[in-house]
Structures are given as structure tokens and as C-alpha cells.
Design a protein around this ligand. Structure first.
Ligand code: GLN
Length: 442
């Protein structure tokens, strides 16, 4: 059965694809630029590795934490549609500011990007949810498609911006990221005709001229509780998964045999592997859950998240295998790393697009963007946690840390499986699908 999605979906897909191109492109060269010496060809900022990693940790956390004010601004003042537009303008301005060689411009550029992503990222995700009516069975697959767009940007950007930044100059790399965001904005502006119904500001209903908003019902409160619990899963999930850019990246460089036909693949190239796996397997994983759902088997979001955490955790069993091998023979086989990323991505696909969709089903409409903001802030905390775990591994040893992540994630996932029915009850049927046949919105 071919499912048709609302016409607004491709608009949001391409806007977010370019935004992620800009984000991941700049992220790929940030630390390299900071640590490059200040003299010679293509000079950088001359920072130490640890100083650069500290700034990187704060930056990746703050971009996501700013999603909370970003969500509040959309809910209380502007609506998601306008907030996304302003966010995109700030990001493009920030990237182009980074293109100028000056310390003041550098920090101002970072600040602009942090505010811009905070305004754009949560709200464009909420808008995807807004394309579907309550109970529309296409919502989850809509989010999977959107998630594939994110990862096309994430897969291509490090290769292009990374290459241009390292070979032709950092500042040209930053401007390329800026032009990516400008493309995104052009797609967004062009596609406004397909977004008339979504992301508009809806003032909270006032009671009899007083300023009090209608209080939340007990069902809404229960749903918020289950959302907050799911954010804990999110922190733990990203705390493990985000090792990819840090600890696993360094480990790939030092301990994985990257020789293929006499050529050594640069470690940074493997940063695109998870995103490529998302593109390849995104629809298959979504179809698997969809099929279970249709057969009436358990496929609620918390259940998927629990299974996703376990599968992602098993990815670290592969890294444990690599670390054991590296103890005896100097370097470990590449297949460990590839299998690890594959399992992590299958886990990611059962959590990340699912969580986005789950929030849009459960959050009361007037708090929709704020809850999305809190979700991204949780992923930001996960990023910071990942950095701390990576730092800890420098003393504790990689083998112990990889094995520890595996045991912890599997244990946590199993614990969730024990309690998921209780959590599901708190959603009060928000995940029930009303109609069997897709509604045509075009
Ligand atoms: N990789 C996904 C993205 O860039 C998820 C990131 C996150 O949730 N922190 O959107």
C-alpha cells in the first residue's frame, strides 16, 4: 500500500536537510579549526585539544538546550512557522559571520548559530507533527521520512564542508555551511503555500477576560509525566550514542585497522557511516514496526524505545570485541566498528524519530513546542554526558567503558520492558490509531 503524505512534508524535509547540512558541516571542522596552529597554510586558532573539546562540548549542548526558549517563543508569541524562519536567518548569519577571520566574529557567529538552531530545530519538528491530524496512522512514517532528510544533510556535509574547510580554507568551509542554510530558507519560503495550515500562532484561550489559562486536565498531566520519563531514556540513549563523534572517533583513529587495498581511510570519513545507515535502513525499520502494529502486536513508543536502547547497547558489545582484539593484535578489524554503528543506528531508528512523533501525540497543543524544546534539551544533556563518559574512558580504559555502556544500556532497556505497560497506561490512548485508511490532505 503506497501511503501519500501531505505536501508540506517535502518542504520541511528539504529545509531541515539543508539546516543539518549547515550544522554538521560546521561541526565537522570546528575542532580541527580550533586546534590548527595560527601560522602557516590555512591557519587556525592554535588551541590545545582539551580546550577545543571543552568548547565543542558546551557548543553541542547549548545548541540543543536553547531549544527550550525556542519552543517557548513559538508557543507564546510567534507560532512555529515564523520562529523557524527567524532561526534559519540567524543560522545563516552565524555561519557567514564565522567566515570572517576574527576572534570577535568567531564567538558572535557561534552565538548566532546557538540561538538560531534553538529557534529552528524544535519548531520544525513540531510542524511535521502538525501536518497530521490526531490519530492519523501516517504520522510515524512521516517522521521517519523527515529523519532521513536530516541524515542526508548529516551524511554529505562532513565530506563536502570537511574537505573544503581543510583543503581550501576554514572560512570558505564555514561560508559553504552558510550557503546551505540559505538554500534551506529558500525552500522554506517557496513551500509556504503548502504550510498554510501548520505552525500558526494560536493564542491560549482566556477565561472571561482574566489572564488565567485553562488548567491542564489530569489526562494531560499524566501524559506530561510519561513524556518526562521518556526524556530520561533520551538522555541515556544519546549519552551512549554520541560517543561516535568523540571516544569512538579517537578509537577509530588509534586502534582500528583502516587499511583497504593499501589505502588508509581517514578516521573522520567514518563519521558519515551512521547517517548513511539511517538513510539505508530508515524505511525498513519503520516498516518493521508498522507491520507489527498492523498485526496487533505490541509496538507502542515506550516499547520501541526500550528495544531501541537494547539494540543500540549491543553495538557497544561489538566495540568491546574490538577492544579485546586490539589488546592482543595491535589493531582491531574494521568490521567491529561497522557492526557497532549498524546496531546503534537500528536502535536510533527505534527511538529518535519515534520520540519526535510521540511528543507531538502526547503534548497538550498549547505546550507542543515547549515539550519539543525540552526533548532537544534532553538530547543536549545526553551529548554532554557522552563527553563526560569519553573523558572518563581516558583513565578507565576503553574496553571497560565499552563493556560498561553495553551492560548499562541492556539493563536499562530490560527495566523499561518490565514497566512499559504502566507507562503506556499514562498515555491514555494517545497512541491509538483511529482510522485504518490514510486521510488525503493534499
Ligand atoms: N541526529 C539527529 C539530528 O541531528 C538527532 C540529534 C538529537 O536529537 N540530538 O537531528
Amino acid at each position: 500500500m503506497k501511503i501519500r503524505h501531505p505536501k508540506g512534508l517535502p518542504v520541511l524535509f528539504f529545509t531541515e536537510m539543508w539546516e543539518r547540512f549547515s550544522f554538521y558541516g560546521m561541526r565537522a571542522i570546528l575542532v580541527l579549526y580550533l586546534t590548527k596552529e595560527t601560522i602557516g597554510e590555512n591557519p587556525g586558532m592554535g588551541w590545545s585539544n582539551s580546550d577545543a573539546l571543552v568548547l565543542y562540548g558546551w557548543y553541542t549542548m547549548l545548541v540543543y538546550v536553547m531549544a527550550i526558549p525556542g519552543g517557548i517563543i513559538a508557543d507564546k508569541f510567534l507560532g512555529q512557522k515564523k520562529t523557524v524562519l527567524i532561526g534559519g536567518i540567524l543560522i545563516a548569519a552565524g555561519q557567514l559571520t564565522l567566515a570572517v577571520t576574527s576572534e570577535v566574529f568567531f564567538y558572535s557567529g557561534l552565538m548566532l548559530i546557538i540561538f538560531g538552531v534553538g529557534l529552528l530545530k524544535p519548531n520544525i519538528s513540531t510542524m511535521v507533527g502538525g501536518l497530521y491530524k490526531e490519530g492519523d496512522p501516517r504520522r510515524d512514517s512521516g517522521f521517519t521520512i523527515f529523519y532521513i532528510g536530516i541524515n542526508i544533510g548529516a551524511a554529505v556535509a562532513p565530506l563536502i564542508v570537511g574537505y573544503v574547510g581543510e583543503v581550501y580554507g576554514w572560512h570558505i568551509g564555514f561560508s559553504l555551511a552558510g550557503f546551505g542554510m540559505i538554500f534551506g530558507q529558500l525552500v522554506y519560503l517557496w513551500g509556504q503555500k503548502h504550510l498554510t495550515e501548520v505552525g500558526n500562532y494560536t493564542p491560549s484561550p482566556k477565561i472571561e477576560g482574566t489572564k488565567n489559562n485553562k488548567p491542564l486536565t489530569s489526562i494531560e498531566k499524566d501524559r506530561i509525566i510519561v513524556l518526562l520519563i521518556s526524556f530520561l531514556i533520551v538522555i541515556i540513549f544519546w549519552g551512549a550514542y554520541e560517543q561516535a563523534g568523540g571516544l569512538m572517533n579517537l578509537y577509530t583513529k588509534e586502534k582500528i585497522n583502516r587499511m583497504i587495498f593499501g589505502w588508509e581511510i581517514p578516521a573522520s570519513t567514518f563519521q558519515s557511516v551512521p547517517a548513511i545507515f539511517v538513510i539505508l535502513f530508515g524505511t525498513a525499520v519503520a516498516a518493521f514496526w508498522e507491520k507489527r502494529n498492523r498485526k496487533g502486536k505490541e509496538s507502542s513508543s515506550i516499547f520501541k524505545m526500550a528495544i531501541g536502547t537494547i539494540i543500540m547497547g549491543t553495538g557497544f558489545l561489538m566495540m568491546t570485541g574490538a577492544a579485546i582484539e586490539a589488546q592482543t593484535s595491535e589493531k582491531a578489524l574494521l568490521i567491529w566498528l561497522i557492526l557497532s554503528y549498524l546496531l546503534q543506528v537500528i536502535g536510533e531508528l527505534s527511538i529518535s524519530p519515534v520520540a519526535l512523533s510521540f511528543i507531538t501525540k502526547l503534548a497538550p497543543v498549547k505546550y507542543a513546542s515547549i515539550m519539543m524544546g525540552v526533548y532537544f534539551a534532553a538530547t543536549g544533556l545526553g551529548n554532554k554526558l557522552a563527553g563526560l563518559v569519553g573523558e572518563f574512558a581516558q583513565n578507565a580504559g576503553e574496553l571497560e567503558v565499552f563493556a560498561g555502556i553495553f551492560v548499562f544500556c541492556v539493563f536499562f532497556g530490560l527495566l523499561l520492558l518490565v514497566f512499559f505497560k504502566k507507562l503506556k497506561k499514562l498515555t491514555h490512548g494517545a497512541e491509538n490509531i483511529n482510522s485504518e485508511e490514510p486521510v488525503e490532505l493534499t
